[in-house]
Design a binder for this molecule. Structure first.
Ligand SMILES: *[C@@H]1O[C@H](CO)[C@@H](O)[C@H](O)[C@H]1NC(C)=O
Ligand SMILES: *[C@@H]1O[C@H](CO)[C@@H](O)[C@H](O)[C@H]1NC(C)=O
Length: 228
């Protein structure tokens, strides 16, 4: 009896958790995509955080990075519209990556649709950027804390009034050091693909994400058996 009561309370707690205000997920619009996002961000698909990019390289398919953990987490952890000297985002957009992608200029690339379909073209971009200065020297002396430091700066700016808020990725050296860290991990290419697939400039100049960019935006389906 105690066991039955206990599991009833657990179920109740899980339901209540679902009713509490959650981070806005309006960037998803296809039926089942919230469940997919939960799976990749926090469920059994969470391994794609560490290994998704490596699998993408092995399969020559960036979807293993762009449409798994990275897409799921950013969809479930979006923020209300945000403004700093580098970006203005729509409601529900994940602001850190939105700014990273914007300041890198990836959202303004003209041949976006072709790039998204072309693994080797994005690999060429990685090789070109990571094998030339300043990224080559920075990656050689790589500190693996650049990303973490940028996140901390970003959180500090987020606490400030929009009027006096700075854009961490516009500060000297921050973007380069984060890019160099991605180069070291062979993840620069994965990030380009993720940026192009996940974010866009909306017609009014704000940065949008997911379904705000295109209605057929989807995450990778939950595998029916085992790992991919
Ligand atoms: C969540 O989405 C709704 C519907 O688009 C919007 O009205 C609301 O402002 C959003 N809230 C946040 C916190 O982004
Ligand atoms: C993909 O990109 C490579 C390198 O830029 C190019 O040579 C190739 O023609 C492209 N393939 C397609 C199918 O567009």
């Amino acid at each position: 009896m105690a066991h039955v009561a206990g599991s009833f309370l657990l179920q109740l707690a899980l339901q209540v958790e679902h009713l509490l205000p959650q981070d806005n997920a309006t960037v998803l619009c296809s039926p089942g995509d919230e469940a997919r996002a939960e799976y990749w961000a926090f469920g059994h698909g969470h391994w794609t955080m560490k290994e998704g990019c490596a699998v993408a390289h092995r399969k020559k398919d960036f979807a293993y990075w762009s449409s798994t953990w990275a897409a799921g987490l950013t969809a479930l952890k979006g923020s209300p519209s945000y403004k700093d000297p580098a970006i203005h985002t729509a409601d529900g957009v994940y602001i850190f990556d939105a700014e990273f992608c914007t300041v890198n200029g990836f959202l303004d690339l003209p041949n976006k649709a072709q790039l998204l379909q072309n693994y080797s073209a994005i690999m060429e971009m990685e090789e070109r950027a990571c094998n030339s200065e300043p990224l080559q020297s920075l990656s050689a002396s790589a500190h693996t804390s650049a990303l973490r430091e940028a996140v901390a700066m970003f959180n500090a700016e987020g606490e400030k009034d929009a009027a006096i808020r700075g854009a961490p990725f516009l500060e000297t050296g921050v973007l380069e050091r984060v890019n160099a860290e991605h180069c070291t991990k062979r993840r620069y290419s994965c990030m380009i693909h993720f940026c192009l697939n996940n974010f866009c400039k909306l017609s009014d100049g704000r940065v949008g994400q997911g379904c705000q960019c295109r209605k057929d935006f989807r995450l990778m389906p939950v595998p029916t058996s085992g790992r991919v």
